[in-house]
Design a protein around this ligand. Sequence first.
Ligand SMILES: Nc1ncnc2c1ncn2[C@@H]1O[C@H](COP(=O)(O)OP(=O)(O)OP(=O)(O)O)[C@@H](O)[C@H]1O
Ligand SMILES: [Mg+2]
Length: 434
Amino acid sequence: MSDKPADPVDTIQEAAQDPSDASSEVETRVSILFALMQRNLAEKDIPNENRNDFIQVIKNADFISKQAGAPIIEQGSPGNLLYVIFEGDAVGATSDGGTAFFEKGTIVGHMPPLADEPCCISLTAGDKGVSLLAIKKKNLTRYPVVYRSLLGRGLSIRGAACDYELGDKLGEGLNGPVFEIKGHKLAAKIYRDCMGDGVEPSAVIPEHILQLKNPNIVSIHETVSAYGSQFIIMDIVSGLSIKQNNGAATRCRTLRQMIDAFRSEQQRVSLDMTARIFRHVAAALLYIHEQGFVHRDVKPEHIFIDVRDNDIIFQLSDFSLAFPISTRPGKIVGTPHYCPPEAIDIDRPETVISGSADFYSLAAVCYELLTDQTVFDSLNVLELAQKHLDAEPDLLRLPVDTPIWMGRFIEQALQKDPARRPLRPDIENLIAVA
Ligand SMILES: Nc1ncnc2c1ncn2[C@@H]1O[C@H](COP(=O)(O)OP(=O)(O)OP(=O)(O)O)[C@@H](O)[C@H]1O
Ligand SMILES: [Mg+2]
């Protein structure tokens, strides 16, 4: 007997041979199809709470069987169905004379329903015939979780000047997954929040943000509306490989990942590296302020790491909260651990968010790098916010070898009153000495 767990796809044959329990047969079929879909989706880990949506889609779909050689999809026909091959296999023919084989478990033809385009291949049943689950587009769009899970590797997106093919997944943020783009030094972030039932997704990045170009900023090239979603096409960062004591290397693409990698080895980001992070992010901030924007969400997750010619470059990213400098905020936004008091106490009539708000956040990042603790902490967000409003940061926690300029920057930039924080010429001087 083999120790290998039974493949759920192979067990269908046995389950289907016992006609005594029709409902358990349906359940078995559903769970096998669920396993099959999961195996082929960009997002491998479907959270339990979303499992039911997949089950519903499968239950609402049609189960069809075709004999060897029978046509399944005709090229040019409306792309309103996608298929999951359940048993047997199928052969696809493309318009340029190419042939592709699709085996048990493959999801076929998901691009046309996602893109609202006609089918680009013809598909016929393979030598032994084929059984398929045919899922209607209407069925998919009713369950956005399932629909967007199909967005991923292999998808092609039409940009202004060229097509982008999604490659491997680079990571996942709250708003959606990020993929590398094959053949380009670019990455695509899919904005999940924009998925709707046939509703045109709204632009997530205002045009003026696309104009921001600086060596210390992750440039956004364009935003593309496709498959009912928004894709943000931006520069890809290489990240930095950090070697661990056990010999394994961790690729860190963000400062948060770098902090975590060092922490897992009971180490800290070095003073030299902290000075470099300050110089690069401060330069990015001076640039965007000059262009008339405040970032409003400076934090380790938004500081990316690129390596060019052996030089480590930190780049500011994610401008989704950026807004015109010295404007009154409409609501409280940002990340509690890095949020300046004026972005919290927004009801005061004189409150505007100036560039010094971003330097408050950068000082909070530097403090964390030096002390391995956030400036303020609490499990309660309101209490944390209150500390930004009236608690004094504990500067005695800064290590004794903290450079004097860095200690002074942290102390001054963390002032509650924005007018008492360093001015642009002060920051320019610090960048020169850092
Ligand atoms: N331009 C990029 N180049 C390389 N990797 C990237 C890029 N953008 C994002 N990533 C990877 O994807 C992960 C998620 O990025 P994302 O910007 O979505 O994170 P987030 O800011 O935490 O989430 P969100 O903005 O959705 O709340 C990053 O931690 C990083 O590993
Ligand atoms: Mg973000």
